[in-house]
Design a protein around this ligand. Structure first.
Ligand SMILES: Cc1cc2nc3c(=O)[nH]c(=O)nc-3n(C[C@H](O)[C@H](O)[C@H](O)COP(=O)(O)O)c2cc1C
Length: 430
């Protein structure tokens, strides 16, 4: 019988997820000035735990304080705070759900203020009209091996502090995704060139993480179903990498897409129009479902699809089609933590899609601003809007649904700058 939203899912490692809904990774920015977990995270994750999703995944946790996705990231790199991580994990499992830590290294997608010369597969700068990112430098082999060891150590710490699984972030243009991309990875050694080499970092990290956590602990990967960039990581390559990940014993493959250069993961960017299917409204709702349908038969492991799901009917149809085993929910969970309850008990037919309501105020950009610039500023404003809601909820405030996109753009920039100023980085020689 086709699974429905409340059908449990058994993973290859032996763990069971109680239903098919997942609150996916959403960067919180709620760590303290030493990038340790806080009570604000506990508050937010307790709410998500009680919200009914069988699986809750943390926002990306970094493996190195000198490489932050944003200043308020949680980092596990010997900066202490293990008791706080324990409290965070306990709060996030209040309702008995799974809580997995997403582990990441941002590579070149880290701000210039944090790191003027970030680590990357090659010295190839991001191709975006934004000088927030410093020119990257090519990682040495020793640095690559160091990164692999860091992922394994963070995964072991996640298990020891009470998280019930880990997810390796190999999507969205961060370091592992940079290695997979022929645009960002121009290396001529064993870590670049043909796909086997570009995927080596990911596969070595998976092996090291598995070695660190043991056979009975869920290890997941978030992968782009494609980068949606000419010359980038292709859909055909994603199919091959998915097969290798299945052979490597990965428990759940989450499919997304895009990079900072092409923000299709949130339905923006030039590739957005080509990501969804042509034929049906149902398929158009979830950006990567068609790709998932082609990857799934090769994958040999359960697959989660994330991006665009907003109706119960769309979610049920995706499960029934066999293209997705788990439904990922991101932005809707930024304002309403209990949506999974409503979807599971049938009270909710659809979840909020704020991204469709938020628009830049007239005059926010010069009238002659290029369409691409307008899209990018709008995407950044929306990102800020969702991030600010998470910060509010972490502080015990209700989400502010009246906040405009223009307000969010400015308030978010200020909030991030304040967090960056407070960071205590002296010991880390940045
Ligand atoms: C505020 C915000 C924070 C995000 N943080 C992360 C993150 O830390 N890790 C990650 O893999 N994806 C992150 N994403 C992407 C989401 O996990 C998800 O792929 C995307 O929002 C599409 O799903 P949705 O349409 O349900 O929102 C973030 C998205 C938003 C809007």
């Amino acid at each position: 019988m086709a699974p429905t939203l409340d059908t449990p899912l058994d993973l290859p490692c032996g763990a069971r997820i109680s239903n098919r809904l997942c609150k996916v990774a959403l960067t919180e920015g709620l760590a303290d000035p030493m990038n340790r977990a806080t009570e604000r995270l506990e508050r937010l994750y307790r709410a998500w735990s009680l919200g009914g999703a069988g699986l809750v995944i943390t926002g990306n946790v970094q493996v190195d304080r000198t490489h932050l996705e944003r200043p308020g990231n949680v980092v596990v790199d010997g900066n202490g705070g293990l008791d706080r991580l324990r409290a965070y994990a306990a709060a996030g499992r209040t309702a008995g759900n799974h809580l997995w830590m997403q582990i990441n290294h941002p590579g070149r997608q880290t701000s210039r203020e944090m790191n003027a010369h970030p680590l990357a597969p090659s010295a190839v700068a991001l191709d975006i009209p934004d000088d927030a990112f410093g020119p990257p430098r090519e990682a040495t082999e020793a640095e690559i091996l160091d990164v692999i060891g860091r992922f394994a150590r963070v995964a072991r710490t996640a298990r020891e502090t009470g998280f019930s699984g880990v997810q390796i972030h190999a999507a969205h243009g961060y370091l592992i995704s940079q290695f997979l991309s022929p645009i960002a990875n121009r290396r001529a050694d064993a870590w670049g060139g043909r796909l086997e080499n570009r995927a080596r970092l990911l596969l070595e990290i998976v092996a090291a993480v598995r070695g660190a956590v043991g056979r009975d602990f869920p290890v997941a990967v978030k992968l782009n179903s494609a980068d949606f960039q000419a010359g980038g990581f292709t859909h055909e390559e994603a199919v091959r990498v998915a097969r290798w990940l299945g052979e490597a014993g990965v428990d759940l493959l989450e499919l997304s897409g895009g990079t900072y250069e092409q923000m299709v993961m949130v339905g923006a960017g030039e590739g957005a129009a080509s990501a969804p299917a042509k034929e049906s409204t149902r398929r158009r709702e979830a950006y990567f479902l068609d790709h998932a349908a082609l990857i799934k038969p090769q994958a040999q492991m359960p697959v989660m699809v994330t991006g665009g799901f907003r109706t119960r009917a769309g979610m049920m149809a995706a499960l029934a089609s066999g293209a997705a085993d788990v439904i990922g929910l991101g932005r809707p969970m930024c304002t309403h933590t209990d949506l999974p309850q409503g979807l599971l008990n049938g009270a909710l037919a659809r979840v909020p899609a704020w991204e469709n309501e938020l628009r830049l105020a007239p005059g926010e950009l010069p009238a002659d601003a290029e369409a691409e610039m307008r899209l990018r500023v709008e995407a950044l404003g929306k990102q800020g809007w969702f991030c600010l809601q998470l910060i509010r909820m972490g502080e015990g405030l209700a989400p502010d649904l009246t906040m405009s996109l223009t307000e969010a753009l400015h308030a978010y920039a200020q909030s991030e700058a304040r967090t960056a100023e407070r960071l205590q980085l002296a010991d880390h020689h940045i």
